[in-house]
Ligand binder design. Sequence first.
Ligand SMILES: Cc1cc2nc3c(=O)[nH]c(=O)nc-3n(C[C@H](O)[C@H](O)[C@H](O)COP(=O)(O)OP(=O)(O)OC[C@H]3O[C@@H](n4cnc5c(N)ncnc54)[C@H](O)[C@@H]3O)c2cc1C
Length: 423
Amino acid sequence: MKNKQFFDVVIIGAGPSGSNAAISYKKLNPDLKIALVDKAIFPRDKSCGDAFGPGVISALKRFGNEHILEGEPEVVSTTLFGPKNIGIQNYIPEVKNKEDSIVYVIPRLDLDNRILNLAKEEEVETFEGYRFSNFFINEESVSVEIENEEKEKYILDAKLLVGADGANSRVRKSLNLKQNSDWNKAIAIRAYIDSPNYLEIFKERTLMFEINVSAIKGYAWAFPSKGNLLNIGIGVPLSVFKKEKMDIKNLLDEFVKTLESRGVIVENLRMEKSFMLPFASSRPKLAHNRVALIGDAGSMINPMSGEGIFYGMEAGFLLANETHQLINESASMLNTGVTKYEKVFNKRFGKHFLSCSLARLVFQSPFMTKRLLNIASLDQHTIDFVVELLFDEANLTTKEILLLGFKFILPLNILKLLSKTSN
Ligand SMILES: Cc1cc2nc3c(=O)[nH]c(=O)nc-3n(C[C@H](O)[C@H](O)[C@H](O)COP(=O)(O)OP(=O)(O)OC[C@H]3O[C@@H](n4cnc5c(N)ncnc54)[C@H](O)[C@@H]3O)c2cc1C
């Protein structure tokens, strides 16, 4: 490899955010020279619940790439449990603003490799096994320093640098931006198990969420993938984790016990891996001089659901959409496009993230969780709204807040009566 190479855009991180940014640039402007750098060699594992829904499907469909999901089993429902087993079982989520109300659970080892291969098909140049170390802004370009395992350094010269290097982003650090505070971050552990009877116990392929049960202010999940494979995990806000001196492995053990108490057979627990989730309740500045952040590097995880794949992929597209025609213009013109990307992203998702942050506060209280799930089990409108927050881009309007507030103070038997009459 030559010590110095020239590109239009250099993207650090080949996860879903970086790969989708690369695909979007090439689809929008095939003449652009795009480099995609990752310290790992793919396929590589990533600690995740592996679940994604209508948003990711529509992001893939945008460029005709949904074929990578062919043959994968569809998850057909959602089951939510709160304290004292209160919950909503086997609710079929239907989102209003997207074409498909479907969820898939595909191990990231496989999913990320499929998305990266789409980028390779578009003739994006990939540098796997190369770690980003620093960047320097010049008059006409940005010089990006990367190094391999042998510590040999290379320079990639570009018009634009994109930081898509995840929750511990080195690009973000190089911009002197702080990490999220512990309150705006969660720690979660993921593991795989085989369960021969999960589908039998829940009667169908359902995403199981459990709030405030196996850990205080904790959120646990069991997501069915192919065959008997189940992705399980549990997470808590980092502030709570530190305050209560929790042990992440113990939290997982507690959740396994809860699963077993529900009759689920747990076999061959493996690949336990914990990682941070930087919540979108506190986002850094995304647009900088010749540099942009997308995905976890820009704290884009939904604070209520922990979903991050969709927002990161969409950020990659929005960035490419706002800048692909400006790459060879002056630095100030290009920077206008980068700033526009941040504006468009915040306009589209700002209120949604704010609403999900408020919902997170409700789910942090066992009492409020119980109450909300009780209401949702009686009232179609409330469960529809929770699902819209989880799987779509809904936000709380003043009317919605007043309506929910009213339902919170109404006795449940009256709410039941009202729901019956309105159905
Ligand atoms: C336990 C857990 C469960 C989750 N469950 C879900 C879920 O079910 N659904 C969902 O949508 N989201 C989930 N998330 C969030 C989701 O994993 C992230 O939002 C998503 O991976 C973000 O994608 P990304 O491309 O921005 O970053 P990543 O997927 O983290 O990719 C970043 C890439 O950058 C590379 N990199 C890092 N540093 C460097 C460097 N210095 N040089 C070169 N390369 C570098 C890494 O190797 C990596 O490949 C979960 C997260 C956790 C921790």
